[in-house]
Write a protein that binds this ligand. Structure first.
Ligand code: MN
Length: 329
């Protein structure tokens, strides 16, 4: 497994062993990967009789309520004490991604002896005492599995299900390019350890709410094919959201459908939210959409990126985007 025994994994292992109290943070607007990593790590440390405070600044989507122990996460609630030996953050690219409550967060960080910053996104500030950042690993959940292997942790069924959920969702069911041979290996091991893959599949991929279905229909109706069939672009306006009684949470995954069209190399989905415009960008393989996203203040991966803009007009952003997405040959 390629993420085993790096210097950082060894440093983290040591801190996990010697630390007595841990503050674990998932990133704002948490996805199943940051949650899976956080939940598995919290369970491991609790089993080792450590003091653990697992924190999420934002509310959790109901969609993730099947994840074991998810109710134990402290949502938008800082602990009474601000003294922890160790802070662990999972894919928080900067301190700002941990919490909007800067004062409380700074106090917790200031008091800690160790800050373990664990991420698989290349754009990540090195604010930790250990920065374990590896963009070649599919997910932080896979990174946590690597750490568990190094320390020979005993992985319970619930830990396995949480890690499997993170890996499965971050690779879009092992479809994305970030799925390595190790990813399959780790998934196999987690399944053997009792990960409930059936439940994950049912809850994450075999359900779509009526609102999401209507958003999908509207997005497909609004779809335009440009640049000689290589660019598929669509949008949902504030008016659409209102009319369909839906919100941004109902638009997840929509963009991937545009990419299925033969010849389309880049897919873009723009959403006009209450205070900002957000964009999802996807590409099939050659085109690096992260370079485009960065120009709009966002980021992400080569094939999956996004940005948010407080710029008011969706039409303006759309025109700018169409201009920026270009093929040299
Ligand atoms: Mn992730």
């Amino acid at each position: 497994m390629k993420n085993k025994f790096t210097k950082e994994v060894k440093q983290i292992s040591k801190v996990l062993k010697t630390g007595k109290s841990f503050f674990i943070a998932v990133h704002k607007n948490p996805d199943p990967d940051t949650l899976g990593a956080g939940l598995a790590m919290a369970e491991y440390l609790k089993n080792k009789k450590k003091k653990v405070y697992l924190f999420s600044d934002d509310q959790l989507s109901d969609k993730f309520s099947f994840m074991p122990n998810i109710k134990k996460i402290n949502v938008a609630k800082f602990p009474k004490t601000e003294k922890f030996d160790v802070i662990i953050t999972f894919e928080c690219s900067s301190k700002n991604r941990i919490s909007d409550n800067k004062k409380n967060m700074d106090n917790v960080l200031k008091n800690a002896k160790h800050i373990l910053n664990i991420d698989h996104h290349i754009v990540c500030e090195r604010y930790g005492t250990v920065n374990y950042i590896d963009a070649n690993i599919s997910s932080v959940s896979e990174m946590v599995f690597g750490i568990f292997q190094h320390i020979k942790a005993s992985i319970t069924k619930s830990m396995a299900t949480n890690l499997f959920t993170g890996i499965s969702t971050d690779t879009n069911r092992f479809l994305y390019q970030n799925t390595s041979a190790s990813t399959y290996e780790v998934a196999g091991k987690l399944k053997t350890l009792g990960a409930d893959a059936d439940k994950i599949n049912t809850e994450m991929y075999q359900k779509r709410s009526l609102e999401s279905t209507r958003i999908m229909a509207r997005a497909l109706t609004n779809l335009e094919i440009l640049k000689n069939g290589k660019l598929a672009i669509s949008q949902i306006t504030k008016k659409d959201f209102k009319e369909l009684k839906a919100n941004n949470n109902h638009s997840e995954g929509v963009v991937n459908n545009f990419l299925m069209i033969p010849g389309v190399e880049v897919a873009v989905f723009l959403k006009e939210e209450a205070k900002e415009i957000s964009a999802n960008l996807r590409s099939k393989d050659k085109f690096d959409v992260s370079k485009v996203a960065v120009k709009f203040g966002g980021g992400g991966h080569k094939r999956a990126s996004g940005f948010k803009s407080s710029h008011k007009k969706l039409a303006d952003i759309k025109q700018k985007l169409i201009k920026e997405i270009k093929w040299t040959k």
